[in-house]
Design a protein around this ligand. Structure first.
Ligand SMILES: Cc1cc2nc3c(=O)[nH]c(=O)nc-3n(C[C@H](O)[C@H](O)[C@H](O)COP(=O)(O)OP(=O)(O)OC[C@H]3O[C@@H](n4cnc5c(N)ncnc54)[C@H](O)[C@@H]3O)c2cc1C
Length: 463
């Protein structure tokens, strides 16, 4: 079963996968993984240096991972400002917030330049509170953004918030125009088409099964190999199992999604008529938006945790939390309570300790680069990832290659079974805390303290 968006995109496309690699081939650069990270890197490399011979291998088809199944909410790093400042200092934090906003616009410009219809809508985002306890949660970070001259958010009157968001559940809301929504699989498949157009040699159904470092490095596949001067590992959640040194750098956690059948008439009625993305202020946020054909999509992260970073079969099945999602959908939108659900699905997110992705080079040769750890917030940031990885591959000296983002993982989770048991402990404490707050009760002190472990990375992580 392919997730809803990917199925929709493949039906619209009607094409065939690229042939797998048979035999050995030589390349300047070999990229492993055909999601946003790998494909942005490939496209940017070819745009900057058309002569470069770039091979991309993908274990399945491009977009089969998180990029073809996410919520399509392209958000900036504004809400992560405190984390960025704490880790990297004020100057870099300001630069990264600005760069993350530029990426939102650059995705739109890319779609326009190459006629990629990814249903890109630059209609902004609303960060809201859905209970009294959440009210005021966003104020501090917005004040800090304001102090540093990078604030794009403004507080909106409650009636406007409820109308724009289509739901009376919201009790306050901050709006920023610097956010977009996309049909995620159309974007990743569009990137694939452009990569091919620019001359990237793409092999699908071709997994990397071994990597021998060296100059050139040797990337082994089931039926062949690529010898490449430089390698980019863009395998997202799969990195944790493929390379033992990364096992504890991320926790693999699901984001679960539901989408309704189209009811454009009801959307008109409730007011959710733009492509605005809406996020509440939970630790594992509810996030939702409409689609141009009149559906509502709603997602929530932090449900299934994978022991030891394993890729669980459940990640490719309908969401085991479908009932919970339907219930949330009905609470946000009573008018949609009886509208049939078209699909539910889920997928793995690579949550880092900081909630930020990290990049770097590994091995003795210094020619193998990687980037992952987007923590459920990668639609916009993967465009930054592409700039970072392309800059590293080209050996450039620029703000991306000088950024502390390229210093590798900035923290590690404890070893198993502590990470798994600890994750469940924290998740369950968050659930109890937020349930109490939804009912206007005071949460238990211990639950509040445990919840802080997850809250540290900041808002807007959907995994
Ligand atoms: C359900 C869900 C909802 C989300 N919602 C949002 C959202 O609304 N907004 C947002 O900003 N972010 C969201 N995210 C996160 C976002 O989708 C990811 O951060 C982003 O897609 C990561 O892109 P990527 O290219 O790094 O990884 P992926 O798209 O996962 O690509 C990695 C690719 O590597 C391939 N691969 C793995 N191993 C190998 C191998 N050995 N050889 C070759 N290829 C290999 C995989 O098949 C896969 O195609 C969501 C994630 C999920 C799962």
């Amino acid at each position: 079963m392919r997730p809803f968006w990917l199925e929709q995109a493949l039906n619209a496309e009607g094409g065939e996968p690229c042939a797998p690699l048979h035999g050995e081939t030589r390349a300047d650069v070999c990229i492993v993984g055909g999601g946003y990270t790998g494909l942005w890197t490939a496209v940017m490399l070819k745009e900057q240096n058309p002569q470069l011979d770039v091979v991309l291998i993908e274990a399945d088809i491009c977009g089969a991972g998180a990029s073809g199944r996410n919520g399509g909410c392209a958000l900036s790093w504004s809400a992560k400002f405190f984390t960025l400042e704490r880790l990297f200092g004020i100057e870099e934090a300001v630069r990264l917030v600005r760069a993350s906003e530029q990426s939102i616009h650059a995705i739109g410009a890319f779609c326009e330049k190459y006629a990629v219809d990814a249903q890109y809508r630059l209609d902004g985002t609303l960060y809201t509170a859905t209970n009294r306890a959440q009210c005021g949660a966003t104020d501090g970070v917005i004040a800090a953004l304001e102090r540093n001259g990078i604030n794009s958010f403004s507080k909106r009157p409650l009636a406007d918030v409820q109308r724009m968001a289509g739901s009376a559940q919201h009790q306050e809301g901050w709006f920023s125009p610097a956010a977009a929504s996309v049909q995620p699989a159309l974007l990743v498949r569009g990137l694939r088409r452009v990569a091919l157009q620019l001359g990237v040699r793409l092999f699908e159904n071709t997994a990397m099964v071994g990597l021998e470092e060296g100059r050139p490095a040797l990337i082994q596949t089931p039926d062949g190999a690529v010898r490449a001067d430089r390698v980019v590992l863009a395998m997202n959640a799969w990195m944790a199992r493929a390379f033992p040194q990364f096992e504890r750098s991320v926790a693999i956690v699901s984001s679960d999604m539901v989408i309704t059948e189209p009811r454009p008439d009801l959307l008109q009625e409730i007011g959710l008529t733009s492509g605005v993305t809406v996020l509440d202020s939970r630790i594992f946020v509810h996030y939702y938006r409409n689609t141009p054909d009149g559906r509502i999509m709603l997602g929530k992260g932090g449900n299934t945790f994978a022991y030891g970073g394993r890729m669980l079969p459940v990640f490719d099945q309908p969401s085991p939390y479908a009932d919970l999602l339907r219930k949330s959908l009905g609470q946000f939108f009573p008018a949609f309570a009886q509208v049939p659900v078209a699909a539910t699905w889920n997928g793995p997110s690579d949550r880092s300790v900081t909630g930020l992705p990290f990049f770097g080079r590994m091995g003795s040769g210094g020619n193998v680069f990687y980037g992952f750890g987007y923590s459920g917030s990668g639609v916009g940031p993967c465009h930054m990832g592409g700039q970072i990885l392309a800059s590293l591959v080209l050996g450039l000296d620029n703000p991306w290659t000088r950024s502390p983002l390229v210093d590798g993982p900035l923290g590690y989770f404890p070893p198993e079974p502590i990470r798994y048991l600890g994750s469940l402990l924290v998740r369950n404490a968050i659930r109890r805390k937020e349930r109490a707050e939804d009912h206007g009760h005071r949460p238990r002190h211990l639950d509040v303290r445990l919840a802080r472990f997850a809250a540290a990375a900041g808002k807007a992580d959907k995994g």
